[in-house]
Design a protein around this ligand. Structure first.
Ligand code: MIG
Length: 666
């Protein structure tokens, strides 16, 4: 039993975050006390805070100050306050238990017991917002209620659950052929290859460089024969260039973001000078969405939307101003402060708050400053794509995932967790971010496996993949200039082949759990604290998760470890896999264990009276799908499992024929 109430303050901007429109309640907002310029809640010593989607720090968010402000922030250290998403939903669990969603698209400070350890203090920039208070018996009830409010999460095509290789720097069709060959020749399964900005003609959206990718539609077909989907990147900024259709049409129709005086705002990103499409303008959104057709028509069925916070390397006007200041510094004997000032000038060019404050949108006919709606930009870029796909290809699912996001976008696409580093700490961060993303509706998500920035190591990639096999988006991605980290680049190819193979073997379970979580507004990754609310030990566990209804995962995330400590909140069956052919199991009582996990193994735990359907897997999704279904289970009496199966393309999600009940009796 849970209860939702909406409170409207001032003139809230319509974000369409919420699908179920509620009438505003009268009276005072419970729990949050308005004090000065903030909402305040007094925390009990034991209270825990969960949620806030894509963010740094642990599963329990208490003890830090967060800022909802979609940021192009590649430096994911624990001292950051914002990453790419702005997800203002959290649950307080302790002497009182309630959820809060602040539907407010501007900058919001969420001080979660940082300034004062016993106080939550939430500070917006102005008082126009909808506040939703959700009460429920358990945390999971509150989350479910919230998810029902914001609407069904995005469902990608089934092939998007296949393993994906990506790297910034695959320059040509031949580079991609080489990658596919590396996988196929070593028998390492793969379904998708991402195309980063290198494929475009001088970084122009919806173009393909025809020197490096001659006859692109033919290449797409060639890859299709190899059972490979190509997934190109789309950037937010549109290059300013005479004769480039997307640019010319956008200017002509007035679909780009403006300066205060009505001229088109000029920023710079990869292509040099760009205009930013005004995704908050419905017509512009429709128009931009239609641009994806250019690539759909060439056989493409999946995309990733990047740089949509939006990231701005510099604005034309600010660059001019900075250049003038720097000229004055020329030939000067600069002291330390001047050198620092000089550096700040240059570093301050990118993602400059004054630039954001000088951009204007046309939202439902109203002129609105970007500052007030900053967190809606990436969301609406992805919504543009999602809405267009519904119209352009209503019969099939198209893959789309975005870097920036806001709650509401979860209905249109997935996300990836942005530019992490090849650090062990970021493997743990990946795990800890999964449940908070799920709470906010983002189910199709995953981090850059192996790490994006910096040089990786073979053991880090193996350990990270052993977590990645459970995440809906399973993508190995890395930055240009870093060590190559395709699975076939390393010594122990057999281990890579087997671990990625396990992903394909477990697919009947992984896909069923994904679909059920989406269709029932449930979490895919659940902290132990949510599932075992009476267990005070479980509340402390920040490095294990339940994945779906049947299993618990506990990946290794430290270098040179031969295993790790695991807490079993109940009796479970340990499953040790070297490959789908080599599976050992052992029943363990509730309690604490040190569990050995070799580098070439995947270990997980089956809960009592639960079933995990699997197959022997395959080299790609279609092959894996043809294998005979088998069952792993921990059944002492009897158990049932609802298997969800569909063709992976169609959208008749609710069709009861997709469900099949599997029964096991001891
Ligand atoms: O400024 O397209 O997060 O995945 O490889 C960097 C190049 C731009 C950032 C994305 C990353 C991608 C990279 N992009």
């Amino acid at each position: 039993m849970s209860k939702i109430r909406k409170f409207s303050i001032g003139n809230p901007i319509n974000t369409d975050a919420v699908e179920k429109k509620l009438a505003a309640a009268k009276g005072k907002i419970p729990y949050l006390k308005k004090e000065d310029k903030s909402f305040v809640y007094k925390l009990g010593t034991e209270d825990r805070i969960y949620g806030l989607g894509e963010n740094v720090r642990g599963i329990n968010k208490r003890g830090w100050i967060y800022e909802s402000n979609c940021a192009d922030q590649p430096n994911h250290t624990e001292t950051q306050h914002s990453l790419y998403g702005a997800h203002n939903f959290f649950v307080v669990d302790g002497k009182e238990r309630f959820g809060v969603f602040i539907d407010y698209p501007g900058k919001l400070i969420l001080d979660m017991g940082y300034t004062k350890m016993n106080e939550i203090r939430i500070t917006p920039e102005d008082w126009d917002m909808d506040v939703y208070i959700i009460e429920g018996k358990e945390i999971l009830d509150i989350v479910k209620e919230f998810r029902a409010l914001i609407g069904r999460s995005y469902i990608p095509p089934k092939w998007a659950f296949g393993y994906t290789q990506s790297r910034w720097g695959y320059k040509s069709a031949d580079d991609i052929r080489e990658v596919v060959k590396g996988y196929r020749e070593n028998g390492i399964p793969i379904d998708n290859v991402c195309m980063d900005i290198d494929y475009m003609e001088r970084f122009k959206d919806f173009t393909v460089n025809d020197e490096t990718f001659p006859d692109f539609p033919e290449f797409v077909k060639e890859m299709e024969k190899e059972h490979i989907h190509l997934v190109p990147i789309i950037d937010a900024g549109v290059k300013i260039e005479e004769g480039y259709d997307t640019y010319e049409e956008g200017v002509e129709k007035g679909y780009f973001c403006k300066e205060k005086d009505g001229s088109d705002f000029v920023g710079a990103v990869w292509p040099g000078r760009v205009h930013f499409p005004d995704f908050l303008n419905k017509d512009a959104r429709e128009w931009f969405g239609k641009q994806y057709k250019i690539l759909l028509d060439q056989g493409i069925e999946g995309f990733w939307n990047d740089m949509n916070e939006p990231a701005i390397f510099y604005s034309e006007k600010n660059l001019d101003a900075v250049m003038k200041k720097i000229k004055k510094m020329d030939n000067r004997d600069m002291d330390m402060w001047e050198v620092f000032g000089f550096r700040d000038l240059v570093n301050g060019l990118a993602n400059n708050p004054e630039d954001y404050a000088s951009i204007y949108h046309n939202m439902d006919g109203k002129k609105i400053c970007h500052d007030k709606v900053h967190n809606l930009y990436g969301y609406n870029m992805t919504r543009a794509a999602g809405e267009a796909f519904e119209e352009l290809c209503p019969e099939k699912r198209i893959l789309i995932y975005s870097r920036a996001s806001y709650i509401g976008m979860h209905r249109y696409g997935g996300t990836w967790m942005g530019d992490n580093q090849s650090w062990w700490s970021h493997l743990l961060m990946n795990l800890q971010m999964l449940p908070s993303m799920n709470m906010c509706g983002f189910l199709y998500t995953g981090a850059d496996l192996g790490g994006f920035g910096a040089d990786t190591t073979e053991d880090l990639v193996l350990r990270w993949l052993a977590l990645g096999i459970f995440t809906p988006l399973m993508r190995n991605h890395s930055a240009i200039g870093t060590r190559e980290q395709e699975a076939y680049q390393f010594t122990n190819k057999e281990a890579f082949k087997n671990i990625i193979g396990i992903r394909y073997g477990l697919m009947p379970y992984l896909y069923s759990e994904y679909m059920k979580a989406v269709l029932r507004n449930e979490m895919l990754f659940t902290p132990l604290a949510f599932a075992y609310p009476e267990d005070t030990q479980a509340q402390q566990v920040e490095d294990q998760l339940l994945m779906g209804e049947s299993i618990m995962i506990a990946p290794v995330y430290t270098q040179n470890a031969t295993g790790r400590y695991v807490y079993l909140p109940e009796k479970m069956k340990l499953v040790r896999m070297k490959s789908m052919n080599d599976i050992k199991t052992e029943v363990l009582e509730k309690g604490h264990y040190y569990v050995d996990v070799a580098l070439d193994e995947v270990v997980f735990f089956i809960r009592p009276e639960k079933i995990v359907p699997y197959t022997m897997g395959g080299q790609f999704m279609e092959e894996a799908e043809q294998q005979e279904l088998k069952l792993l289970h921990f059944v002492t009496d009897k158990a049932e499992y609802e298997l969800y199966e569909d063709d992976g393309y169609e959208k008749d999600y609710e069709n009861p024929e997709h469900y099949r009940t599997i029964k096991v009796e001891a």
